[in-house]
Design a protein around this ligand. Structure first.
Ligand code: AHG
Ligand code: MN
Ligand code: MN
Length: 298
């Protein structure tokens, strides 16, 4: 467990990291406006064909982080290995430079996701997380150990304004669930159907940033990307997508769990207690307000 900094140092360090994320988000937004979602001929470690925009967003972020001396290393969904930055730096940043990039051609919102770890890339070392939604405006959600709730900022053409501190109520109305439905487990199918039968509405764009942001802004609901028979470890990546949002949902007063169903016994484990073996490991995941997560956990 990482200890050695004071909260003042942590605050200053997070401010410099957050400032660089804000600047980079504007550069990425400008890049997206000149880009129509063209693919490259290369694939990333997970086997996804990269878009030109995935690669360009990654380069913008590498440039943004490289001069920040408190950063020890960075690791991106688009790179096989972590990139060392400053020997005496404390923080490791894992990021998804462009989430939901396959939606670009459809002109839907895409995002970026950041996990900021004090020490190595382990979920218990998370001190802050951020996401950027590139939509009608650039919006940024930022959560840290220094404060409860998720501060949500939007860019007004000159600077980022704090809109509100996002917190989840006990229960919501939205139900967002991914994965190929014919390959869902019976248990997952039953839980999702019961929520719809209880009046929940489907909201799923296929971009986890706007889908999770939607739940945070509406104050509750469930997002799930379950284990399926064709992808028993789910699709979403622990370090670049799952842990940062698990931290954000917990700071917002919600929950984030991994659910396993073995011999008809359901076990829910907080996502932030999982131990990745490799940088690009994936996991099934459930994020939501307390009532929904307790409901799917039994
Ligand atoms: P990425 O664009 O970084 O590869 O991530 C896409 C992810 C995530 O945003 C979304 O929730 C999920 O893929 C959607 O997958 P399905 O199309 O299988 O639902
Ligand atoms: Mn992604
Ligand atoms: Mn991505």
């Amino acid at each position: 467990m990482f200890k050695p900094h004071t909260s003042t140092t942590l605050q200053q360090d997070l401010e410099s990291i957050f400032t660089s994320i804000k600047q980079a988000s504007l550069d990425i937004y400008a890049m997206l406006q000149k880009n129509l979602g063209e693919y490259t001929e290369s694939t990333n470690v997970t086997g996804d064909t990269q878009l030109q925009a995935d690669v360009q967003a990654d380069i913008i972020l590498q440039e943004a982080f490289k001069n920040i001396v408190c950063i020890k290393q960075i690791c991106s969904e688009e790179q096989e290995n972590a990139i060392p930055l400053h020997k005496n730096g404390l923080y490791s940043i894992a990021y998804d430079p462009l989430d939901g990039s396959s939606l670009m051609g459809a002109n839907l919102s895409v995002g970026s996701i950041f996990g900021i770890y004090a020490g190595d890339f382990l979920p218990q070392n998370l001190v802050a997380s951020a996401y950027v939604v590139y939509g009608m405006v650039v919006g940024i959600g930022f959560a840290s150990l220094l404060k409860e709730g998720v501060d949500y900022f939007t860019y007004n053409g000159k600077e980022f304004d704090l809109q509100k501190c996002l917190r989840l109520s006990n229960k919501g109305k939205l139900n967002a669930t991914g994965g190929t439905q014919k390959n869902w487990s019976k248990a997952h199918k039953m839980k999702i159907e019961s929520l719809f039968n209880a009046g929940y509405r489907l909201r799923y764009s296929g971009g986890m940033v706007p889908d999770l942001h939607h739940i945070l802004v509406k104050g509750g609901g469930l997002f799930s990307y379950p284990a399926t028979s064709d992808a028993p470890n789910g699709k979403l990546r622990m370090l670049f997508e799952v842990f940062p949002f698990a931290f954000i949902f917990e700071r917002a007063g919600g929950k984030a769990v991994f659910i396993s169903e073995l011999e008809s016994k359901t076990t829910a484990t907080p996502l932030l207690e999982l131990q990745p073996k490799h940088l690009h490991d994936t996991t099934p995941c459930y994020f939501g307000s307390t009532w929904e997560i307790d409901f799917v956990s039994h």
